[in-house]
Structures are given as structure tokens and as C-alpha cells.
Design a protein around this ligand. Sequence first.
Ligand SMILES: [Ca+2]
Length: 196
Amino acid sequence: MKLPGSCLAILLLLVVVARAAESVPQIKAKTEEPVIEEMLGGCSLRCSFQWTVEAQPGAGGKMQPTTILNDESAQTAWVAPEPTTGVGAKFRLSFPDKIPAEMEGQTPFYGLDLINGFWKTEELWKEHARIKKVRLYYNRKPFRDVAFVDSRRWQRVTWPDIMIRSGDSLTVEVLEIYPGTKAGLAVTELVLEGAH
Ligand SMILES: [Ca+2]
């Protein structure tokens, strides 16, 4: 059987895409200490740089600035707008466009902490979906696939140091969720780890 050129091209593309997905390291987040509201805002990469967050509710949606994921409050959570479930949602955490020259490429970035779901109450937690698996992109290149457990505790993922340069960003793409009883995905807080 002879396949038309276009079919071969598509097959080849599928193989390339499958290989690219396989090459992303698959890791599990570590479950850490319980969340204590008063302890939020401790030491993090914030000691060197602030970062901004944008959220895109699902594939084809638009990135919108949000402060709810880095407001140092476990009472507030980003919630997937209806009718989206949160699968396909993306959060982009961006470093400043202009890092001071003496700090350019000098500050390590090595981890991400998550408060999954709508942490505020047990009831809200059950009602909203939680993150099960994400793909992380550094400067829009796939970088790690991370599995999270269904827990109200802090969860942490780490990787070898990346030295931050002006305009760098980390994107978190939601691949799978633990469904809620009533609503789509909620995420309470994302914290970048690094600096020291
Ligand atoms: Ca929050």
C-alpha cells in the first residue's frame, strides 16, 4: 500500500509529537506540611523578585492577569469559570522584563509550591475540582510533567537550579483533575522557590 505524501507527513508529525511528550520527565510532587494561613508569605523567590500571574481558563481562552494565586492568602482561590472544568487551564508566572544587570542570570529558581483546590473550607474543597497532573513549561518549552495528590497540605516540586534571566516565565498547564462534586477546578496558591 502506498500512502499519499500528506498521510506520511501527518504520521511523521504524530511520531515527533509522541517522542516530544515522552521526553518530558515525569515527576511526583512531595506532600509537605499542613497549610497554616498565618505562615503564608514566608521565604520564597519573592525575596529577590516579585512575579506576576496570568490565567487562561481553557484551551482557546485568553490569558488574564490575576493576583489571587500569589496574594499570600489561603482564603482566596482561582476558580475555573463555567462552563470550563479547569482541564486545559494555564497559569503563566512571569519574572520581570528587566532584571537589574547585576542580578541577570545570577538568581537560581528551583521549585514550585502549590495549595491545591479551594482550601478555605472542607466544604469548598470537596465541591471544587483539584489538580491531578500538570505540564510545566519554562519559557514555553515543555520541562516537567508533575503529578499532585488530592491533599489540602502544601505540595512541592523541585528541579535543578535554573538561573533566571529577564522576561523568563513558568507556565503550568492543567492536564488532569480530581473532579469536584459541584464545580470546576480551584487553585488556592502558587509559590515559586528560589533565590537562596
Ligand atoms: Ca490565594
